[in-house]
Design a protein around this ligand. Structure first.
Ligand SMILES: [Zn+2]
Length: 426
């Protein structure tokens, strides 16, 4: 399959050139350390905000990026394979000093295990250490499940909670019996949130302490829907799971609003009349709003084998594209989490698996938007918005520079973008 099947050849070549420029900058330890220190000052956070074994904001994320560099490289694959191994070892050795505090995907053991699984896909020798990480992960999940009875939304989300851990397990190349049992428990826990038969989600003050339901992929219902659907599609199936997928998908469709551009979602929706109606989330991003929600709906449509839901997900995503490119939905930054790279990545999914011609056509302008944020003059080539008006140089995978080359390679090379599982983009 030609590498530039999605983009004009000159744009694909430019996307690859810029991706390599970012990778080379991030491969400079001094440049990264200086950026991390500068960002800590600007953002007023501790200097160890970046690093350790974290996938979203540390060495595991860089190891993943460098592993893809070795797959994309034509003449220097060995060099990048060695470099990715060095950074992976740095991530692993950091766990003796800073063991992951929880099993979560973004900063915990599941994220590191996911990266080890990527390495094992090329070199099966890594499977042994991935299984070690899995054993630690399963123990953390077991300990967390023995915790208190109160429902903490973070315990169920993609970034730190069970949805992210389930997303990793559902995407792993192999699973042993113990991991399958743990995955079953995580599915049951998510299904239980919605009762039997599944009802409107999380609509009590006990389960929703701030009186609003988070709808986004990163921390809310779309994340639960993506995890349950990806697990179902991977053959991890439990009683009540399909009904919960159906209920969540229906709920998300029902709470969408409609304006001149099409469907749009707020970040959260109130559980009663005590809060005013929430404003729609305008930037078209992965963490909140239409793109992340539509991605989850597309995975649910596959789980339910529901062509009507597929059509609804595609139609809503196409309106998100129009809003981002021509309306009031421009992402304000370039990263995966809430920037153009995340929208480009989800658009690629809809171009490949949603059969959307409009998504296919939008890959060119979206790639151009990503590239327009990249400049050799910036410390890490791209800058990201910390708070409105304040830019930082972040080397992170999720909300910094390291995710950008992965998004650009997805549309400009023939290397399969399996890394998307790190965001539960199926
Ligand atoms: Zn975000």
């Amino acid at each position: 399959m030609p590498e530039d099947r999605f983009l004009p050849p000159s744009l694909a070549a430019e996307a690859r050139r810029v991706a390599w420029t970012i990778v080379n900058r991030l491969d400079d330890d001094d440049a990264v350390h200086q950026a991390v220190r500068r960002t800590a000052n600007v953002a007023g956070v501790a200097p160890d905000w970046w690093g350790g074994a974290k996938l979203y904001g540390g060495n595991a994320g860089h190891a993943l990026m460098l592993r893809y560099a070795s797959r994309v490289a034509r003449t220097s694959a060995d060099r990048w394979r060695d470099r990715s191994r060095d950074i992976l070892l740095r991530a692993i050795s950091s766990t003796s000093e800073r063991p992951p505090a929880h099993g979560g995907l973004g900063e915990g053991t599941a994220g590191l295990a996911l990266v080890l699984d990527e390495f094992a896909a090329d070199q099966p020798g890594y499977l042994r250490v991935r299984r070690q990480a899995d054993r630690g992960l399963l123990q953390q999940v077991a300990r967390a499940s023995r915790g208190g009875s109160a429902v903490d939304p973070a315990a169920y989300d993609v970034v730190t909670g069970s949805a992210g851990i389930l997303g990793y397990l559902a995407s792993a190349t192999t699973l042993d019996v113990d991991a399958r049992v743990t995955a079953a428990g995580l599915i049951d826990g998510l299904v239980r949130l919605y009762g039997s038969p599944p009802g409107p989600p999380l609509k009590t003050t006990e389960t929703c302490p701030d009186r609003a339901v988070d709808l986004g992929l990163a921390h809310g219902l779309a994340g639960h829907l993506a995890a349950l659907s990806l697990a179902w599609n991977a053959g991890l199936r439990r009683p009540g799971q399909r009904a919960a997928i159906r209920s969540l998908a229906s709920y998300l469709r029902d709470v969408a609003e409609e304006d001149a551009w099409g469907r749009i979602w707020p970040r959260r929706t109130p559980i009663d009349d005590s809060l005013p109606d929430q404003l729609p989330h305008k930037p078209m991003t992965w963490c909140y709003g239409a793109p992340g929600i539509c991605s989850a709906l597309l995975d649910a449509a596959r789980a339910l084998d529901d062509p009507d839901l597929t059509a609804a997900a595609v139609m809503s995503f196409e309106s998100a594209l129009r809003r981002a490119l021509h309306g009031d939905g421009e992402p304000r930054t370039v990263c995966l989490c809430h920037g153009w790279s995340g929208l480009l990545t989800i658009c690629h999914k809809f171009a490949e698996h949603g059969g959307s011609q409009n998504a296919r056509a939008a890959l060119t302008p979206l790639t151009e938007r990503v590239l327009s944020h990249c400049s050799d003059d910036q410390a890490l080539i791209v800058r990201t918005v910390h708070v409105p008006g304040t830019y930082v140089d972040s080397p992170s995978l999720l909300d910094g520079a390291a995710g950008v080359p992965l998004a650009l390679w997805s549309v400009s090379t023939s290397v399969p973008p399996r890394w998307r599982r790190a965001l539960l983009i199926g």
